[in-house]
Design a protein around this ligand. Structure first.
Ligand code: URA
Length: 479
């Protein structure tokens, strides 16, 4: 007997949850249940539901499992709901199953969850609105076309209500359209690219902005294609500019180096730290949950101007944790730390010192991008001490979860965040320091500092000194 549960929407986690709990309570094993979301088109024989109420038992779940399951329900795997049920079933006999990261089912769920998060980040970064007129109430109206890889519209679009609360907008995707009228977010059937007008004024402004932030020193066409797959290029007005930007890359690179003139220096300014206004659980069970909470963090005001919260990336059992200051412009858009010019210096210095970026966990002291707008550019601003403190819960949780052998602090803000009070980079760099709780840390320059001093012929030692520091870290790890 196979029980077929028809789900009306692609990402119908609530319906799945109710049915799955009932089926599990009635001890119906996974082989006898098939969930049929609209994207499942293999023929399913519906033999009807049995009386499920006999022989019920309590259903074991965990918050981690349910949180992940809610995201994984958005995956494009047509069998996702069956697989989730299979995991729920197994959880009944093995309540700590989710901690077994080598189990095939758990690995599938972790990978599917990552794919959803990546897709959501891409949607947040690559949706481009086109102005389509004004509404009856005089509000401006915008539309955007986007093709996500998974059924993430319900999951990803609340972000845009916070980012663009004062305009009316619709985001059209092939399977679902999200519509915001300033008060409520509603969902309608999907559409096509033709539903969204091609060009508008905002697009021209956006192209100008993109030209000004285009980073010629990171000109790697293969990497750009990986980060911004071609299907998004169709949608991105700035993609048309890329050939000419490539041609002028060298000149622009020199200009960019000239403009990178900041050195991390956490000077206290207005106190925006709002410890009492938080109700979030500050102990996410794993790095994946931490990402989620960083994204939703409102512990200071920086989230308002940022595209997204940028949590750490790398293995959650890394021996080396690398801490920077805060995401920059590129990191804010990509949702990953150190993908911009400073990241290039970091990767190169690590390689020269015999350290691997891939096996390290890379994060920042502050998780949202702080900047001021000058003309059409977003210029980095140093985080204040109160912002570093507000973000410290996340950094400390990352340390608890990853348990690194050593933390490498890049520059003054990172060192302050790890040490809990100011530490002078110049006086303390290049040697192992230890916190009262035994955590070993090591300080070196921030890679943006290296970019800055490259302008001056009298500072040829900055980069070699950083590499020398990193070699000491490599030796410590090898010892
Ligand atoms: N600078 C940082 O400190 N962190 C990043 O992620 C990027 C630039």
């Amino acid at each position: 007997m196979v029980h077929t549960i028809t789900l009306d929407a692609h990402a119908d986690f609530e319906a799945w949850k109710v049915q799955a709990r009932d089926l599990c309570a009635a001890r119906i094993p996974p082989g006898q249940v098939r969930f049929a979301p609209p994207d499942r088109d293999d023929p399913i024989l519906d033999l009807g539901m049995m009386a499920l109420m006999n022989n019920r038992r309590n259903v074991v779940t965990s918050r981690d499992f349910m949180d992940r399951a809610e995201r994984v329900a958005c995956h494009s795997d047509p069998e996702r709901y069956d697989r989730l049920y299979h995991l729920l079933w197994r959880l009944q006999a093995q309540p700590s199953l989710m901690r077994n990261t080598v189990d095939d089912d758990v690995r599938w769920m972790v990978e599917a969850d990552k794919a959803i998060r990546r897709d959501r980040h891409k949607m947040h970064a690559f949706v481009r609105f086109r102005k389509v007129g004004d509404s009856e109430t005089g509000r401006e109206r915008f539309m955007a076309w986007f093709e996500p890889s998974h059924y993430i519209v319900d999951l990803a679009t609340p972000f845009f209500t916070r980012r663009f609360p004062n305009m009316d907008w619709a985001i059209v995707t092939p399977f679902r359209t999200a519509v915001w009228d300033g008060e409520a977010l509603r969902f309608e059937p999907g559409g096509t690219r033709d539903d969204v007008p091609d060009e508008d004024v905002v697009e021209e402004q956006w192209k100008t902005y993109f030209s000004s932030i285009f980073n010629p020193s990171r000109l790697k066409v293969a990497a750009m294609t990986a980060e911004m797959p071609k299907k998004y290029w169709n949608n991105l007005p700035e993609a048309a500019l890329i050939p000419s930007l490539i041609q002028t890359a060298k000149t622009r690179e020199r200009m960019m180096m000239d403009s990178l003139n900041h050195e991390p220096n956490p000077i206290a300014e207005k106190a925006t730290y709002q410890p009492d206004q938080t109700d979030e659980d500050l102990s996410p069970p794993d790095i994946a949950a931490l990402w989620e909470q960083v994204e939703a963090c409102r512990r200071c005001d920086l989230w308002e101007g940022a595209t997204q919260g940028v949590a750490g990336v790398g293995p959650d059992n890394a021996r080396l944790m690398i801490v920077g200051e805060q995401p920059g412009d590129k990191e804010d858009l990509a949702g990953e730390p150190f993908v911009g010019p400073a990241g290039q210096i970091l990767t190169q210095a690590l390689e020269e010192a015999g350290l691997s970026r891939e096996t390290s966990y890379v994060t920042n002291a502050v998780k949202h991008f702080k900047y001021e707008v000058r003309g059409q550019r977003r210029i980095h601003k140093n985080p204040s001490v109160s912002e570093i403190k507000a973000c410290n819960v996340w950094l400390e949780r990352e340390i608890e979860l990853v348990k690194p052998d050593i933390v490498l602090c890049l520059g003054g803000s990172a060192a302050r965040a790890i040490n809990g009070r100011p530490v002078k980079v110049g006086e303390n760099r290049g040697r192992v320091l230890e916190r009262p709780d035994g955590l070993k840390f090591f300080i070196t320059s921030h890679p943006s500092y290296i970019l800055r001093v490259q302008r001056y012929e009298d500072a040829p030692t900055a980069y070699p000194q950083m590499v020398a520091d990193l070699r000491k870290v490599a030796a410590l790890l090898a010892a």
